[in-house]
Design a binder for this molecule. Structure first.
Ligand SMILES: *Cc1c(COP(=O)(O)O)cnc(C)c1O
Length: 380
């Protein structure tokens, strides 16, 4: 039997941890109840399971369980956050600030809101993918409703100065919505210390199942106005109706608990492996540059191989290695990465970039193999 290629695309999605699958299994059959069935045992069991998962998920971001709304993933959480804020907004504050390097879920939602009368400022980033806090503050106007900036970039791993953004948002009285899908479970997050009002994330990026995510709503002090985007039975405090995906949520909870527990060691381990990968490639491959500055997530490496067509290279290696040219979502449109072009690359330069992302099941041997296979394929 042919050996499966080594998976080095953990930013696109992660496999479910076997411990997560085990936790989920009883909730497909034995404990199949509807979490909102209030009159019998089956409902109570499901309710208890989703509420304990909610606590575990909240703990991962330093929030309380009452502030977590379950969704079908980060895309839905982002749509709910931005459209929900915009629809609940009855004032004349019709301005949103975001960046040019956000995930499509944010950018596409912002473009939709532009069609509905919103003005959107798309902040630039520098060559290393960093945004300017001065430019952000200058962009804030009296009519600004919210700032939508990601915690860490999904193509380069560049981490934004979230605390500083949170402070600016508070100073000017605007909401701060943060797409933290890549950062949650990888680096410590504390929504209160960070000053984030709405935080979006997803189970399948943290070794949980696909199709489940969460929106954190900071309504500790005043009720955050987010208008529902899905009408129905008043689930999730009326913000998101629909029967809860009990097995998915249980898996999400288990995945969150495992990340919280293993983060300190796993962070160090991945950073060591990632550095080894980058050092190894730099030694073997001439004409290679690493995208993004020093402040990156521990497991992502975005590298430009000068003069090499990334698509061909990845295809050539596809029997042995599974890596990507960038975001899996951008794969649907055939355009050059908007993140890389925002960082000043030409389309040709951007087509020479590969993203290698490591994860919980990556071993030192896999990294050695990747260095050798990549450098050989480039020389050939
Ligand atoms: C994966 C990802 C999303 C989308 O998450 P889904 O749960 O797949 O909808 C959004 N933002 C970022 C930064 C991501 O990496």
């Amino acid at each position: 039997m042919m050996k499966s290629p080594i998976y080095l695309d953990y930013c696109a999605t992660t496999p479910c941890d076997p411990r997560v699958v085990e936790a989920m299994l009883p909730y497909f059959s034995t404990h199949f109840g509807n979490a909102t069935s209030k009159d019998h045992h089956y409902g109570w069991v499901a309710k208890e399971a989703t509420e304990s998962a909610r606590e575990e998920i909240a703990a991962l971001i330093g929030a309380g369980p009452k502030q977590v709304i379950f969704t079908s993933g980060a895309t839905e959480a982002i749509n709910l956050a931005l459209k929900g804020l915009a629809e609940a907004n009855v004032s004349q504050t019709k301005h949103i600030i975001t960046t040019q390097v956000e995930h499509q879920a944010v950018l596409d939602t912002c473009r939709y809101l532009e069609q509905r009368g919103y003005l959107v400022t798309y902040l630039e980033v520098d060559k290393e993918g960093n945004l300017s806090l001065e430019a952000l503050e200058r962009a804030i106007r009296p009519e600004t409703l919210c700032i939508a900036i990601m915690y860490a970039n999904n193509e380069t791993g560049v981490v934004n100065p979230i605390k500083e953004i949170g402070t600016l948002a508070k100073k000017h009285g605007v909401y701060f919505m943060c797409d933290a899908t890549q950062a949650v479970g990888k680096i410590p997050i504390d929504v209160y210390a960070d000053g984030v009002d709405l935080l979006c994330f997803s189970a399948h990026k943290i070794y949980g199942p696909k199709g489940v995510g969460a929106l954190f709503l900071n309504n500790k002090h005043a009720k955050l106005p987010v208008f529902k985007q899905q009408h129905g039975g008043h689930h999730e405090r009326g913000v998101r109706s629909g029967t809860l995906n009990t097995p998915g949520i249980v898996g999400f909870g288990k995945a969150a608990a495992l990340c919280l527990q293993e983060m300190p060691n796993e962070h160090k381990r991945l950073q060591t492996l990632r550095n080894r990968l980058e050092d190894g490639l730099l030694k073997e491959v001439s004409g290679m540059t690493i995208n993004g500055g020093a402040n990156r997530l521990p497991h992502i490496s975005s590298v430009r191989l000068h003069g090499i067509d990334a698509e061909n290279l990845l295809l050539k290696l596809s029997k042995h290695l599974a890596m990507s040219r960038g975001s899996a979502c951008a794969g649907l449109t055939q355009q050059a990465s908007h993140v890389l072009t925002a960082m000043g690359m030409t389309k040709t330069e951007a087509s020479q970039v590969i993203r290698i992302s490591l994860g919980r099941f990556t071993r030192a041997d896999d990294v050695t193999y990747a260095i050798n296979a990549l450098s050989r394929a480039i020389i050939e």
